[in-house]
Design a protein around this ligand. Sequence first.
Ligand SMILES: C[S@@+](CC[C@H](N)C(=O)[O-])C[C@H]1O[C@@H](n2cnc3c(N)ncnc32)[C@H](O)[C@@H]1O
Length: 218
Amino acid sequence: MLKSYVIRKGHFTNAQKKSYDTLYEKFVIPFLPEELDFSKIFGNTRGVTMEIGFGSGFATSEIAQANTEKNYLGIEVHRPGIGRLLWEIEKRSLENIRIIEHDAVEVAEKMIPARSLDAVHVFFPDPWHKKRHHKRRLIQSPFVLVLAECLKPGGYLYMVTDWEDYAVCALKALSGCASLKNAYEYFADAQGWRPKTKFEQKGLAKNHKIRELFFFRV
Ligand SMILES: C[S@@+](CC[C@H](N)C(=O)[O-])C[C@H]1O[C@@H](n2cnc3c(N)ncnc32)[C@H](O)[C@@H]1O
């Protein structure tokens, strides 16, 4: 599968860099091609939600702060974003987030045990809007099958995008996965508990419609 990202340089502020250097050891788990033991990395047996491509991690930290009885595993390749989430973790004294700085495809394939996750969040994945780049999109087959395998029965996959044709293709791919069931008839209702993300704000500024997709693991 083609990579769903290109590593952007981005601006690493001094605060992000400081958080990255000082908090990495405690909150970032190195990529290794072996299955994780969640109870070991979180120090408890609470359910785990994996978020793919958290960007600057604002929504991740808001959700984790509002749900301290749950664990959150954020996957991102953009280092300044990781620094930014680490900064939020420290500012908010969060204990229920861990991060992996690596390609989420490989993480899901190699590190996440089958039927181990309560949920997968994918908020505004890179749209790769040119037709010739569509093969780089994350939420399509065969990766949706891998994600479905990671979910516990009853767990959910929640994707949000502001790119209409990506939403339509993802709806088709998720509906075509035998182990997933749409919680709605078509697109999902807006989930009121989800904080607005940075990319959502950009989409809204361009008058894009926000599409939500919410599927359960059967
Ligand atoms: C368009 S941004 C959205 C960020 C954030 N969720 C938001 O809504 O503001 C997509 C993010 O996904 C990350 N990403 C894309 N493919 C990824 C992959 N395979 N593994 C980990 N992160 C990925 C990118 O680095 C980028 O930060």
